[in-house]
Structure formats: structure tokens, C-alpha cells
Design a protein around this ligand. Structure first.
Ligand code: F0G
Length: 350
């Protein structure tokens, strides 16, 4: 076992803030930057919270750690538990986890349970298991996870020399990150690091949009739905961090919107085609900015940071099916005979 005072760290964070003309042209927002959280060690922002949670699990003397997950939390927990040399149990919805994430969880040695149910069922089960079997719960209902995820916002503010953007856009599922972003901004302002607070734009997939529906009605009721979307990372119908995320939206004069799966996949094709790349859920942030810029809610000269939450290699099947079909930006691989003529034919048509 590592020394219980020592952090269990990969290390993580220090992700790049990049700019790409193709993405700016696509959204119509001239000052748009991309904070690429897919550049974390297991390929998603989850590592920022997992270092804190698994360090706490070791400090508590936990005999095992567990989580429910749409895939990325599972991959991250598996890696950090392996590092800490404690067993990990991950509960994922069978048939709805991207290949890269499932591969990571098994490769890093977690016991991976393919649950016949959706993410919401997995979370209920993980919570019950944690209570009854005494395993340490590493979902974002664990406050340490959110403490770690606050660093996304602090780091991007630091990269901008503490001149806050007008908007920060992120995909929203269980709403842990939305909650963490609000807390990070609240604390940064209280410490005098910033004097203005960016507006948060939380973007959901139309088939998994309880929070966007709640926002449309002034958050009078807590909404739940049966979720379905190509962006499996955010295929969540009953978000756990609802109340804390409502506070974020209210405090930042934020907006919650929804985009269709085809909007998500088109934004992803643009991001991927710019050489940056991300998984489907991440592209929801850019699709949401485009939609709000079209409606004039986001000004074309606004400074916007979109958070790309996961790496392009997380979900190779989403890429293959998009490019195999008749999608607007399809780039299907071409089968050729091993002749120069065939190569030349392809080159001429490009
Ligand atoms: N983007 C990606 C790539 C994610 O994996 C998730 C959540 C989100 C966005 C949404 O963040 O839940 O804090 O609102 N993935 C979780 C998981 C649910 O199990 O990996 P959120």
C-alpha cells in the first residue's frame, strides 16, 4: 500500500487550451477556445476527481472501491485503484459503454459488471452496494470528486491569465461537473482571483435532457427521463447532482440547452476533422455554442471556452458508423488494389 498521506496521482491535469479556425468558423464564434480534458492520463476529465477520491479511499483504509459509470469514471477508477493497489468494482450499463472505455476498465484490472439496466439503475445498485457491503463509493456524489474537478476551471482561468471568458460550455449528464464548475467560480471570486464570472452553458443530448427540461420551467420540478443518445457518456435520465447544478446555473446566469444526436455528430466531425478530436459527448459543448450563436444568445465576438471532456479514441465505433453512412461530413476509408493508378485516382478526387 502507498503511504496513506501520499496522494494517489498519475499525475493528471495541465491539459491544453487550443484554438482551431475550423471550429470557430463552424460555430460562428470568433474567440472560441477548446480545453481538452481528453488529454488526461485515462483520456477524460474524470482523472482530476479520481486522484482525490482514491487518495481519500486509501486514507480511510477502504478494502475496495466501486462506481457506477457510463464508462469514463470506470476507466479512471480502474487505473487509480490499480495504482493504489486496492480492488475496484465498476458497474456499467450492458451494451451502452463505448469500446475504449470498457477496454480500459478491464485492462486496468477492475472487476467489470455489465448490468442489465441503464446508468441510473447502475448508480442505485452501486449506492446500495456501498452502504451494505462497505465499499468506498467513487461516483460524483462523493464530494472529493468534485473538489478535484474544480481544477478544470481554475486551470483554464490561469491559462487565460485570470481574464475570465464570457462563457464556459460543457456537456452535462449526471451534473457533477456542472456543480464543480459553479463551486470553482464561486471560490475564485471569493478569493479575489476573478471579479467577473463567466456564464455556464450546460449542454445535454435531446434524448437525455432532464436538466434542460427543468431549466425551461425555471427548475420548479426535478425532472427524470428514460435516456437515449448516441453520446453514451451522457445517457443519464436522473442526474445525481441536480440541486448543486441548479445553483451553478442560477449563480452564473447560466443556460441549459439541448442538441440533437445529429448536431452532436456533426460538431464532432468538425472537431475531429480539425485534428483535435473528441468523443461524442464532448462535442455537445460545441454543438450547443453553435446553436446559441445562431439564435444570437452568444455574440459572435464573445470569448467562449468549450470543455472537451473525453478523447476521440474512447468511442471508435461512433466514428466508424458516422463515416460509413451518408453523413454530411463522411470520410469513409477506401479499399484499393496495390497499384499506383488506384492511389493516383484517389489523390485526383481529393
Ligand atoms: N463528458 C464525458 C466524456 C463524460 O464521461 C461525462 C460523464 C460527462 C461529459 C458528463 O459529466 O456527469 O459530470 O455531468 N460521465 C460519467 C461516467 C457519468 O460514468 O463516466 P457529468
Amino acid at each position: 500500500m502507498p503511504d496513506s498521506a501520499a496522494p494517489v496521482t498519475w499525475p493528471e491535469g495541465n491539459t491544453p487550451l487550443v484554438e482551431r479556425d475550423a471550429v470557430r468558423e463552424f460555430t460562428g464564434v470568433r474567440r472560441l477556445s477548446l480545453k481538452h480534458e481528453g488529454m488526461n492520463p485515462t483520456g477524460s476529465f474524470k482523472d482530476r476527481g479520481m486522484t482525490v477520491a482514491v487518495t481519500d479511499a486509501v486514507r480511510c483504509g477502504a478494502r475496495a472501491v466501486a462506481c457506477a459509470s457510463t464508462g469514463n469514471t470506470a476507466a479512471s477508477l480502474a487505473a487509480y485503484a490499480a495504482h493504489a493497489r486496492i480492488p475496484a468494482l465498476v458497474l456499467v450499463p450492458r451494451g451502452n459503454v463505448a469500446a475504449g472505455k470498457l477496454a480500459q476498465a478491464t485492462a486496468y484490472g477492475a472487476r467489470t459488471l455489465l448490468v442489465n439496466g441503464d446508468f441510473d439503475a447502475c448508480l442505485t445498485l452501486a449506492r446500495d452496494a456501498s452502504r451494505t457491503l462497505g465499499v468506498y463509493l467513487a461516483n460524483s456524489v462523493n464530494p472529493w470528486r468534485l473538489e478535484g474537478q474544480k481544477t478544470i476551471v481554475w486551470e483554464l482561468l490561469e491559462q487565460l491569465e485570470w481574464r475570465p471568458p464570457d462563457w464556459i460550455a460543457l456537456p452535462a449528464g449526471a451534473l457533477g461537473n456542472t456543480a464543480a464548475f459553479g463551486k470553482a467560480l464561486r471560490e475564485a471570486r471569493a478569493l479575489g482571483l476573478i471579479t467577473t464570472v463567466p456564464r455556464i452553458l450546460a449542454v445535454q443530448a435531446a434524448g437525455a435532457a432532464p436538466f434542460a427540461r427543468g431549466f425551461a420551467h425555471g427548475f420548479t420540478d426535478r425532472v427524470t427521463v428514460r435516456a437515449e443518445t448516441v453520446a453514451t457518456a451522457i445517457r443519464i435520465g436522473d442526474p445525481a447532482s441536480w440541486d448543486r447544478a441548479v445553483r451553478t446555473i442560477r449563480e452564473t446566469d447560466g443556460i441549459v440547452t439541448m442538441v440533437t444526436d445529429s448536431d452532436i455528430m456533426e460538431a464532432k466531425a468538425v472537431l475531429d476533422g480539425s485534428g483535435v478530436g473528441c468523443e461524442p459527448a464532448s462535442a455537445a459543448s460545441v454543438a450547443g455554442v453553435r446553436a446559441l450563436a445562431e439564435r444570437g444568445v452568444i455574440a459572435s465576438d464573445a470569448h467562449v471556452v468549450c470543455v472537451l471532456t473525453g478523447h476521440v479514441l474512447k468511442d471508435p465505433d461512433a466514428v466508424s458508423s458516422y463515416h460509413a453512412g451518408d453523413s454530411k461530413r463522411a470520410n469513409p476509408p477506401i479499399q484499393v488494389e496495390p497499384t499506383l493508378d488506384e492511389v493516383e485516382r484517389v489523390l485526383r478526387a481529393t
